[in-house]
Write a protein that binds this ligand. Structure first.
Ligand code: ADP
Length: 687
């Protein structure tokens, strides 16, 4: 049973034999086998690893891109964690300061400088506000009045403004009688005393003292303490009646009282009264002490104002309970509240949300820049939706309303940079693949040439044998004919002798060529240059080829200039050049046509051209015909015998003489081979 391999071999042989004959087909098959084996090895050892490496490199680029992404996500995550830590350390700082101040007392609490702190409030065990302000009590709300009282009050006020004194006093007394609540009572009494004071009545001072003493806590309808108004009026009166010391004393009393008293949230007048008294004390009191007191009063007044704005949240904060010394943070609409249980009560600290956020934003940007300047971080409301975030973290539990988000600082720049570096790497891989492909191509070509060379060598051996056999056969046939006297007449005998000589010449040309070629190949060929007559060499060569030309029915024409310069050549070698060119012209020329040898003198030396009008040579083959063993692959050429070394020898000899050889040819029109030879003696030429 034939195996698949042998069957394939048989088919291929048959296919090749159709074009190249069966012997050549078998040889080609062997060579094909070699080429295939080489290609397989090449693919396995070089091509496959290179492709695999390229694939691996591509995958690693992709993997690296993923790692880069993961890297920036990790850094983004780190930023959010650090921001949260910054918030914590900000709050830790505040807590430490708060604990120290709590131990130092209420005054220290009011002087705390924590960022964004709007107020510090202390509650007792019952959740009652005790410092720095207190909630208003029942006395502090203005009770409803009756229409009769209001009417009496309106009338008294009008009379007061008109300035009638006895009648005014009566009107105030009527109002006092109609008062139904202590606050109304106090208001009417104060009205009466104020009327006296305005009239500079001597009873005014005692009336004001009585009112102040009788109603130390009650307030008028605008929320100003009646006692404070009475005392202020007293001080003004003393000043008007030239009792400046009394005025100063009373005012100092007002200030002392104001500073000692609990200020009540919602009653800013408690501060204003003291502020006004201090302003009026200018010039009568130590200025620096006055300024200090004024600052304290003003600061406290603005705290009171703040506290009033936060009143509703403060009430909620008072109810919050935490573990002793543990701060609990609660965001409300207006403030962030920090509550802590302390001793028998509790404390609540209000922070300005915006100030805290601004401070934190500062930290956020700092942290982000420190970790990775390609990333940007910002604080956003927890409810905001944000696109393209790398990391997002809530600042809960401290600031649950806020999230820190991290994004690429410039997403487009990052994408461009990434795609650029990806492109560069891919380009490098593509270049590497290209280089390998070129290498593969070159290797395949080299192998192809080697195979071609091997084939040409084999053809050469066959061709030489063939070339040898035909003149030998001819010589033998003619010799035997002469020996057996199988000739018709003397002319025939002569023809036989001529043929024997011609074939011998051909034989010796062939042997010369083979021997020369072998010497050239081995690098041992040497030429002895002498001054020679080129014309004579040409004529002799032409004569030597004449019989062959006759046999091929070709005319040989020689054209020489009148005076030819002497050329420095090896006579035998240049003779061989001429013979080789001429025998090619005869061999590849067309029957009946002309073969011309033309010699010209040029600037550099002499130029000899051999022209035939035969089969011609295609442009592609013109460059190759000087290579050894090369014969044009056409039936026209194959029909003619040859070894493919004639032109190789010609070129070698010409170049060894410092000359050139060129060919001009067109298929079907013929060829001209032109040899140039220098006329100058070469350096070191023998004489
Ligand atoms: P060969 O022994 O084959 O003639 P050469 O080296 O002399 O070897 O020539 C090489 C090839 O060049 C020839 O086989 C032929 O194809 C081509 N050639 C040479 N001279 C001529 C010519 N005058 N006209 C056409 N083809 C030529």
């Amino acid at each position: 049973m034939p195996t698949t391999r042998s069957r394939l071999r048989r088919h291929l042989t048959r296919l090749l034999a159709r074009r190249r004959g069966s012997a050549a087909a078998l040889r080609d098959l062997e060579q094909l086998n070699e080429v295939l084996r080489f290609s397989l090895l090449f693919t396995l050892l070089i091509l496959l690893p290179v492709v695999l490496l390229a694939l691996l490199a591509l995958r690693s680029i992709q993997a690296e891109e993923i790692v880069v992404d993961a890297g920036s996500e990790q850094r983004a995550e780190a930023i959010t964690i650090q921001v949260q830590d910054s918030l914590r350390s900000l709050l830790d700082e505040f807590e430490d300061e708060a604990r120290a101040s709590m131990s130092d007392g209420d005054a220290a609490l009011q002087q705390m400088q924590a960022i964004g702190l709007r107020g510090a409030f202390r509650f007792d065990a019952n959740g009652e506000l005790v410092s720095p302000f207190v909630w208003p009590g029942p006395d502090d709300t203005w009770p409803d009045t009756t229409a009769a009282y209001e009417q009496a009050l309106t009338q008294a006020t009008r009379l007061d403004r008109e300035g009638g004194s006895a009648e005014t006093q009566r009107a105030w007394e009527r109002a006092t009688r109609l008062a139904t609540a202590p606050a109304h009572h106090a208001e009417a009494r104060l009205g009466a005393a104020r009327a006296l004071a305005r009239a500079n009545d001597p009873r005014a001072d005692s009336a004001l003292v009585l009112t102040a003493n009788e109603f130390p806590t009650l307030r008028d309808r605008r929320g100003v303490r009646v006692a404070d108004i009475a005392n202020t009026l007293r001080a003004d009166l003393a000043e008007r009646t030239n009792r400046p010391e009394d005025a100063a004393r009373i005012r100092r009393g007002i200030v002392d009282h104001a500073l000692a008293a609990d200020w009540k949230i919602g009653f800013p007048a408690d501060g204003f009264v003291a502020e006004r008294a201090l302003e009026a004390l200018a010039g009568t009191m130590d200025e620096s002490a006055r300024k200090l007191a004024l600052d304290r009063v003003r600061a406290r007044a603005s705290q009171l104002y703040e506290a009033a704005a936060l009143a509703d949240e403060l009430r909620v904060a008072s109810k919050r309970q935490g573990a002793e010394g543990e701060f609990v943070y609660t965001p409300e609409t207006k403030s962030l509240w920090a509550s802590v249980a302390w001793k028998d009560g509790a404390l609540a600290f209000a922070f300005d949300y915006d100030a805290l956020r601004a401070e934190l934003q500062h930290h956020v940007v700092d942290v982000a820049n420190r970790i990775d300047s390609n990333l940007s971080a910002e604080l956003r409301a927890a409810r905001d939706t944000v696109d393209g975030t790398l990391a997002r973290r809530s600042l809960a539990p401290d600031l649950p309303a806020l999230d820190v988000i991290v994004r690429n600082a410039d997403p487009t720049a990052l994408i461009t940079q990434r795609s650029r570096s990806g492109l560069q790497r891919r380009l490098v891989i593509a270049l590497a693949l290209l280089a390998v492909s070129i290498g593969v191509f070159a290797a395949v070509r080299t192998v192809g040439r080697e195979v071609e060379g091997a084939r040409a060598k084999a053809d050469f051996a066959a061709n030489v044998s063939h070339e040898l056999r035909s003149p030998i056969t001819q010589i033998r046939l003619k010799g035997e004919a002469l020996q057996l006297d199988l000739v018709y007449d003397d002319a025939d005998r002569q023809a036989h002798y001529d043929a024997i000589v011609r074939e011998c010449e051909r034989l010796s040309r062939l042997v010369d060529n083979v021997l020369d070629f072998s010497a050239i190949e081995r690098g041992v060929k040497k030429y002895t240059l002498r001054a020679e007559d080129l014309g004579e060499i040409i004529v002799r060569s032409v004569e030597a080829c004449r019989s062959a030309a006759d046999a091929a029915s070709l005319k040989l024409a020689v054209s020489l200039p009148d005076a030819l310069p002497v050329v420095w050549v090896d006579r035998e070698a240049i003779g061989q050049v001429m013979t080789n060119l001429l025998s090619n012209a005869i061999k590849y020329g067309s029957d009946g046509k002309l073969v011309e040898v033309v010699c010209r003198i040029t600037v550099d030396g002499a130029e000899v051209s051999v022209t035939d009008h035969g089969i011609g040579i295609g442009p592609d083959d013109q460059a190759k015909i000087f290579e050894h063993f090369y014969r044009v692959q056409s039936s026209e050429v194959r029909r003619r015998r040859g070894t493919g070394i004639g032109l190789t020898i010609v070129r070698y000899i010409v170049e060894a003489h410092g000359g050139t050889i060129a060919v001009q040819s067109a298929i079907g029109e013929g060829s001209t081979f032109t040899v140039t030879l220098p006329t100058q003696p070469p350096k070191g030429a023998g004489g």
